[in-house]
Design a protein around this ligand. Structure first.
Ligand code: BDP
Length: 642
């Protein structure tokens, strides 16, 4: 009895209503706030200094002072403000942007946290938007693309623009600017023009007028995000023009107002023999042809936000073009909002990758922050596809908030490690008691690798169910469906082996990378094992560094992933005294789903691929529990998973 009572009291140490990393209200810090326009600080940077007159937060702009105040609050709350402070920070990226894939009917494409927070067609939720902007400000996010990249022309209608202006007014005090995704055929569909050919003067004029109208309503409007000639959306190629023709036309309209165009490089066509090659093939020849207010927005990997991909080779091949990285914070391919997967290690893996484009040490972070090509970059940016909805905990899973938080912190300071970010998030969101932080931090830090293990180890990719991208369907075959949407296109399992041959003997994709990577990836001996099946079709009996055959190693990885999730369940049991009952139970319930899903992945993949390898599941791993035929019948209830 006595023990139970003690646990109950400790269990209440955190008020249940505090569901996020930030306390309510404006930050209340122990310092004087000074805004001095003569200070030499770039892009809303700040200083925190202990002077003979006491501690000061100093900035050149009000927004800089706000960032400095949040930074100091963070230090105070994580016990790092006690010694002498002498801090100077300027953001790594000038534009730190969330991409909301929100539709005007309030659904969110690939959203797993409820309806759109913009409440289109309903009264403007002023307090909710304020809170959203405040959370962004606290981590330095300063831009939101409000609508889906699969944009409808309607967003540019006057009534929607007025609504966007209201949202912009609410977010402005927090330094968050709005941007919009636009549909390339808006001039025809909304403006009634015969077509939307970017070289047609009436089309150019239509965009110029529309942009002027937007800036009349929103003087600090950020610019446009464009998905064109991709997955059926219209674009300049419909008129025999290039991506550069399309992007430049919009850039010219935005230029007088200092607006930018973020033109996505996510393109592929059903006919290509290797989807991983296509963005490079289409965009690299256009290097140097884009206006100076265009950025090419490139997904971290060459295919599509998979649990693990090599970095997109395009990053190393457009030295005369401004580029920005796009990450997916919403877990479309990582268990929706059901799985605990902290994503900053994945994002950092990309940003820290060395492209070798200017010799050793040419990382994607160095390229996209403008460090490597300072004369090319007028502005710098980074984007994350938001995981935010109307759920009371914003993201559908309490731990999914850490990837939103972490995206902002990483965008502000790209040198922070994933671990530093996770720790500060944990300490602010739950407690700084080391008995809680140490094991839970370890769980967060290993969670991405665990997901790779139980979903797609060793370079497997896109073996998801075609319709929902949640569970495994490596067998999936849909007559008439695009080949490059089906798992078999990617895993290519046969009696000899498994994996996509992207070597020089195969699709040649390896040569889109600079040396020494091209040769490193090309050889089965030197290719990192984490990417082996991405670049090679590998015999089942191939000897891995562990001494096991490829087949045995695959089975071990799946097994390891499942067991890791069980460890997380044990960690969370131990964490119970440190977390309020409500959040503890919510995370526990999600871990239970994750454990069951991990087993589903393992059983499905091990048995399916076993039909090709013809080899038994090794005796030292857990044997599959559910027969393959049963797993093939699982039809996902999307309601449960949204
Ligand atoms: C894919 C998503 C799809 C998006 C597309 C994109 O499944 O919903 O529209 O990416 O990024 O991964 O445009």
């Amino acid at each position: 009895m006595a023990i139970a009572a003690a646990v109950a009291i400790v269990g209440c140490s955190k008020p249940a209503e505090n569901r996020i990393w930030l306390p309510d209200g404006t930050p209340d810090v122990n310092a004087e706030i000074v805004v001095d326009t003569t200070l030499d600080l770039k892009h809303d940077g700040f200083m925190i200094k202990d002077t003979p007159d006491g501690r000061k937060v100093m900035a050149k702009t009000d927004i800089g002072a706000m960032y400095g105040t949040y930074a100091l609050q963070r230090l105070e709350r994580t016990g790092k403000a006690d010694g002498e402070l002498d801090i100077r920070e300027e953001p790594s990226y000038e534009r730190r942007i969330l991409n909301h894939w929100d539709n005007l009917d309030n659904t969110v494409e690939r959203g797993y946290a409820g309806w759109s927070i913009w409440h289109w067609g309903e009264p403007v939720p002023v307090e909710l938007i304020k809170e959203y902007a405040r959370l962004n400000a606290s981590v330095g996010i300063n831009g939101s693309v409000l609508n889906n990249v699969n944009a409808t022309p309607e967003i540019l209608r006057r009534d929607y623009l007025e609504r966007v202006a209201e949202i912009a007014d609410i977010m402005r005090p927090y330094g968050v600017r709005v941007y919009l995704s636009v549909n390339f055929s808006s001039p025809a569909q909304l403006g009634g023009l015969p077509d939307s050919d970017p070289l047609r003067p009436e089309v150019q004029e239509w965009w110029a007028d529309k942009v002027a109208e937007i800036y009349g309503l929103i003087p600090d409007f950020g610019g446009f995000l464009v998905k064109a000639n991709s997955e059926g959306l219209p674009g300049p190629q419909d008129f025999g023009r290039t991506h550069a023709d399309g992007a430049n036309m919009l850039a010219d309209a935005l230029k007088p107002f200092d607006g930018i165009v973020m033109w996505r490089a996510f393109v592929y066509s059903p006919k290509s023999s290797d989807r991983a090659c296509q963005a490079y093939d289409e965009f690299a020849p256009l290097d140097g042809h884009f206006r100076d207010n265009v950025l090419i927005q490139i997904k971290n990997g060459p295919v599509d936000f998979q649990p693990r991909e090599p970095f997109s080779p395009l990053f190393g091949h457009m030295p005369n073009t401004q580029m920005m990285a796009e990450f997916q914070i919403t877990q479309e391919y990582l268990g929706f909002s059901n799985h605990l997967v902290y994503l900053i290690p994945l994002f950092k893996e990309c940003l820290d990758s060395d492209t070798y484009c200017k010799g050793e040490g040419s990382t994607i972070a160095d390229i996209t922050t403008g460090k490597l090509y300072p004369d090319v970059y007028n502005t710098t940016a980074i984007a994350g596809v938001a995981n935010i909805g109307r759920d009371e905990n914003w993201c559908g899973h309490h731990f999914a908030q850490s990837s939103w938080y972490g995206f902002g912190r990483m965008a502000w300071d790209v040198t922070l490690t994933a671990e530093e970010i996770a720790q500060e998030w944990l300490e602010q969101t739950f407690t700084s008691d080391p008995d809680f932080v140490e094991p839970v931090l370890d769980m967060m830090m290993t969670s991405r690798e665990a997901a790779v293990d139980y979903m797609m180890p060793l370079g497997f990719h896109h073996i998801f169910a075609w319709t929902h991208h949640y569970g495994p369907e490596p067998w999936c075959d849909i007559p008439g469906a695009r080949a490059d949407w089906l798992p078999k296109y990617y895993h290519k399992a046969d009696a000899e082996g498994v994996g996509f041959d992207r070597t020089r003997a195969g699709s040649g994709n390896v040569d889109q990378y600079h040396e020494p990577l091209a040769s490193l990836y090309n050889s089965i001996e030197t290719c990192p094992e984490e990417l082996l099946l991405w670049f090679h079709h590998v015999p089942w009996t191939h000897r891995m560094s562990s001494g096991r055959t490829l087949w045995d190693e695959i089975c071990h990885r799946y097994d390891r992933g499942v067991k890791k999730v069980r460890e997380y369940q044990a960690v969370w049991e131990q964490a119970k005294p440190y977390v309020d009952v409500e959040r503890w139970e919510a995370v526990r319930a999600k871990l239970e789903i994750q454990e069951s899903d991990a087993g589903w992945w393992r059983d499905a993949c091990v048995q399916y691929f076993g039909e090709f390898s013809g080899m038994p599941v090794p005796a030292d791993v857990e044997q599959p529990e559910r027969p393959l035929e049963e797993l093939k019948k699982i039809k996902l209830d999307m309601k449960h998973h949204n």
